[in-house]
Design a protein around this ligand. Structure first.
Ligand code: 1GP
Length: 243
């Protein structure tokens, strides 16, 4: 069975939680600690990637694989972060932006490698939502996020992504955002599409998590909060799996 079916559809839990591991931000000691907590908490998957690359991504993936059986999904910030050591890749189309490299250019470069690698390709419509401050992903991608007070643009973009055949929509506030995506945007997007909705960026507390899940996120991604305090992984995971 494909990983995406296993974790996104046939999981006994109706909502899923993924931990973002940014190799550039995790020294080996804290990475080990994070993985141990994630193993105990039984999070659903690791997402590995980030905006800045300072070492081969394989190092981080292989370290995770040494001590964990949790699936690893690539979340490539750039083409340097391709790897055949992961289980799957979020093949991201940055559909909130108008940068052709991130809509099709990089995909053409990556496609032959991915085809040969046999890792599972999960097509994701990636939508950046503005949240009051400029983010790494906005700067690095040369794209403008959708204004936070324009849910109708987020909805139209998500519908277009689904019509184009993308299999998931990811609403992104940006790693380290001060607030998660506004619940009204999550609600309206969720009500407009029939594919899983991923939400990430700025989810720091159980209250944030609860609000995002109740608004309609099917899959939540947490990075910074677990980097700062991996001891929270158990409570966050339990909460997501309680839905
Ligand atoms: C970034 O959505 C993820 O792509 C995670 O963001 O680091 O703010 O949890 P945080």
């Amino acid at each position: 069975m494909m990983l995406s079916e296993r974790i996104f559809k046939n999981n006994k839990n109706s909502k899923l939680i993924g931990q973002l591991i940014d190799p550039g931000k995790q020294p080996p000691k804290s990475l080990n600690k994070s993985i141990e907590y994630a193993n105990k908490a039984k999070i659903d998957f690791f997402l590995v990637g980030g905006s800045i690359t300072d070492k081969p991504i394989d190092e981080t993936i292989l370290r995770i694989k040494e001590i964990s059986k949790i699936p690893v999904i690539l979340f490539p910030g750039n083409l340097l972060q391709l790897s055949n050591k992961a289980d799957a890749i979020f093949f991201l189309s940055l559909i909130s932006g108008r940068n052709p490299e991130l809509l099709i250019g990089n995909h053409v470069i990556a496609a032959p490698f991915l085809k040969k690698s046999n890792i599972e390709v999960i097509p994701v419509g990636y939508i950046l939502i503005e949240n009051g401050k400029s983010t790494s992903v906005e700067y690095m991608s040369f794209t403008k996020p959708i204004p936070g007070n324009k849910p109708e643009i987020a909805v139209a973009t998500a519908i277009a992504g689904e019509m184009l055949g993308l299999k998931n929509i990811y609403l992104e506030a940006g790693s380290g955002a001060s607030e998660p995506i506004d619940c009204e945007i999550i609600r309206q997007v969720k009500n407009s599409i029939n594919i899983p909705l991923i939400v990430g960026g700025g989810i720091k507390t159980l209250q944030n998590l609860d609000a995002v899940c109740k608004a309609g996120a099917d899959i939540v991604i947490i990075g910074s909060a677990f980097e700062e305090n991996p001891g929270q992984i158990a409570d966050f995971t339990k909460h997501v799996h309680s839905f």
